[in-house]
Design a protein around this ligand. Structure first.
Ligand code: SF4
Length: 373
């Protein structure tokens, strides 16, 4: 089954740490963009393929009108074979949500809401340049519930400037109190010229020491275990059965189509990427030209590396037998000698045909995965 990703590149304001493909909301451009997306989906060479997830990511997809989201879901339904149980996720900024909009998004066909909350503490939200308050985030989840959504996810960011371990624990306790079905806990990553970096230097804000960050990560996963969540990926936890089916396609060597500016796709061993610029994307589609900027067949080595990298992010780990059959390699013979020191250090477990990271190993995932390249 394919996943279908739709990129919506508009935001009400730009957060000072954000490195995604996004720009400020412009109503006229948005209208042209929705037309272009609709046309790109309807012209897909993958027409007729079965798809079981649709994911509106951004940017801030909830800035689109619910009727526009409904139109794009309709285009997907007309182009792909989509069953009634399709997971349809809308990334949402709490500032753009209200009970009425949630009801209309639900009527449009959305059945999963992913709120970008980032923090439940006002000083942290302000430092990140977020436009919503913690109360608005909590109200947003309540509105989603009232509108009938029973599959809600929250994103939180940890290791923020000036964030102590206690501050992070407060955030996790708030998350548990709000009670989403799914949560993603991301480490703040500062890209080289992020405005937040300059602001940190100007304001004298610092990050907690690395050891504290490690403790914050491990403590939060234990707390979420106790609250009935199951960690299924390095940064993701869910109530049983509420894992993100769409994101699992990225981590389980799956296939996905991508529409919109900068969207990536991987189908049949071919990876493609659309032009990043919103204006160029709209102009190309309006002229009947393809939006693809790059398309290439992945090499066998790249496909194997991808499968190893992404699969090891999952708590269930890698099925060495399955990968061996799929790619014609004996993974343990090839990488075992390099992985053995990590296993000896308790960072990696080998259980029958599977290898998986321990939680301590997840803290050093990049170093361990470096073995594969
Ligand atoms: S709302 Fe999300 S996509 Fe938009 S600027 Fe902020 S972090 Fe980036």
């Amino acid at each position: 089954m394919l996943g279908v990703y739709l990129h919506i590149p508009f935001c009400s304001s730009i957060c000072n740490y954000c490195n995604f493909n996004r720009g400020l909301f412009d109503a006229a451009l948005k209208a042209r963009y929705v037309d272009a997306l609709d046309a790109e989906i309807r012209a897909t060479p993958l027409a007729g393929r079965a798809a079981d997830t649709i994911f509106f990511g951004g940017g801030t997809p909830s800035l689109l009108e619910p009727e526009e989201i409904g139109r794009l879901i309709g285009a997907c339904r007309d182009s792909f074979t989509i069953g009634d149980d399709c997971e349809i996720t809308l990334e949402t900024n709490p500032e753009t949500s209200s009970l009425a909009r949630m009801e209309r998004f639900r009527a449009a066909g959305v059945n999963r809401i992913s709120f970008g909350v980032q923090s439940f503490r006002e000083p942290e939200l302000k430092r990140l340049g977020r436009i919503h308050t913690a109360d608005r985030a909590i109200a947003g989840v309540q509105e989603a519930r009232q509108a009938g959504f029973d599959n809600v996810s929250l994103d939180l960011m940890m290791w923020l400037p000036q964030q102590s371990r206690e501050n992070w624990c407060e955030n996790v306790e708030s998350l548990v109190a709000v009670g989403p079905e799914h949560a993603s806990l991301y480490l703040l990553e500062l890209y080289p010229n992020a405005p937040l970096k300059e602001e940190m230097a100007r304001s004298g804000w610092s990050l907690a020491p690395d050891d504290d960050a490690a403790e914050m990560y491990l403590w939060s996963l234990e707390r979420l275990d106790r609250a009935g969540y199951r960690q299924y990926e390095i940064s993701n936890v869910a109530r049983p059965g509420r894992e993100s089916r769409h994101n699992l396609k990225y981590w389980k060597d799956g296939e996905w189509a991508g529409f919109g500016c900068g969207a990536h796709a991987t189908v049949g061993g071919v990876r493609s990427r659309n032009v990043a610029s919103t204006e160029e994307y709209v102009t190309r589609i309006a002229a009947g030209e393809p939006a693809v900027a790059e398309r290439r067949m992945l090499t066998a080595q790249e496909r194997l590396e991808d499968a190893l990298f992404t699969g090891l992010r999952l708590t269930e780990g890698l099925d060495l037998d399955a990968i061996g059959h799929r790619y014609g390699v004996d993974v343990w013979s090839r990488f075992g000698p390099s992985l053995a020191p990590f296993a000896d250090a308790g960072l990696l477990l080998r259980e029958g045909d599977r290898i998986r990271l321990t939680r301590d190993g997840m803290l050093l995932a990049n170093e361990i995965m470096g073995v594969f390249v």
